[in-house]
Design a protein around this ligand. Sequence first.
Ligand code: CTP
Length: 424
Amino acid sequence: MSSMQRTLDGARVLVGVGGGIAAYKTAHLVRGLVGERAEVRVVPTAASLEFVGAATWEALSHHPVLTSVFEDVDEVAHVRFGQEADLLVIAPATADLLARLRIGRADDLLTASALVTRAPVVVAPAMHTEMWEHPSTRENVAVLRERGVTVLEPAVGRLTGPDSGAGRLPEPAALLDAARAALAAPRDEDGGVRRDLAGRELLITAGGTREDLDPVRFLANHSSGRQGWALAHAALVRGARVRLLAANVDLDTPPGALRQDVGSAEELAESVAAHRREVDALVMAAAVADFTAAERSGSKIKKDDAEGADSVPALALRRTQDILRHSVLDRAETGGDRPAIVGFAAETGGEGASALELARAKARRKGADLLVFNDITGDVFGAADNSVRILDREGEEVARAEGSKTLVAHAVLDRLLTSLPEVR
Ligand code: CTP
């Protein structure tokens, strides 16, 4: 039985490698996992060693590599690896490997380990589009997902030949984030990831908006988009469909998310308005500018535009739409209970009010179902870790979460589910 290790630091991660050209990308994944201080064992299929040799895996993981159940038999590796793992990641998974996993074959060390383990399993398929879309593969994927296996959507793009389509292995950073999300997710009885968001659609905004002042300058903020990304990954592994509105985010798209890039607060407002009535929940993790240029200059603002050698041009600003508040009002107008709405508030205390007091007042003012409050008296932008309190619309604390943005993301989703039964 695996432990309840929820973060990669110290986790025992088994990385299965299938026989596809994308195996080279898995080398970067292994590096990333080791960089997060995970204890990695790589189990390549015999076919995959045609693409990336054992020496690469041994050097990167600092462990010997086994492929067959008949190597090091005295160690009973085929049982031990699976039993001891906190997480099994298979990348790339070929069509053949998916079929073997679905049927429960145990003809090599990787598939045998997959049968033994009760840890979360993340599978990243990569193959030609025709193979991915074949009814056999579709069915294998559906069955594996039903069993709690996280089968990631392949990325769309250029394939090995001259063709392009769905079938690319997602980028290593996206695989690492998906692994993180699966490890931290709630589990079903068999140790698989609980797909408690299956059949639901979430609209998640992430990043920070940019307000153009002239053709070369803009007003922006420090938001990296990582909290929104963590939410997207967490929701995806729990079975949700995710529409991700990304404001200036420089991160690899979470596999399976429908991503739309936006620039300014106004663009974000338009995209949220276009989709919020279609989804079960709106999660406003983006840092939205409260002010934008009253008038965007068509040409570069010159320092000499202002009168006098030492003077500076005055920047005229106007307020942007409060998208969160607007969405709450729009829902009230429709008279329904959809979507559930989650806001975020990063606060520093000041002028006689603590950060928490300001957040509680904001929760009441905004009227979202949940407000995730982050005390940023120390700087957290771009940092991996986080500590939040989740407030309801009366400003009462209903949950707390501490640790990685991934753990925070799952805590927010837990709360979204339990406190909002009206999410259909
Ligand atoms: N938000 C929004 N539209 C805006 C500004 C903020 O939808 N124009 C959302 C953010 O996405 C976040 C929440 O509102 O979920 C709180 O953002 P914050 O900047 O803390 O709120 P403000 O209303 O701007 O409050 P403040 O008075 O602190 O500036």
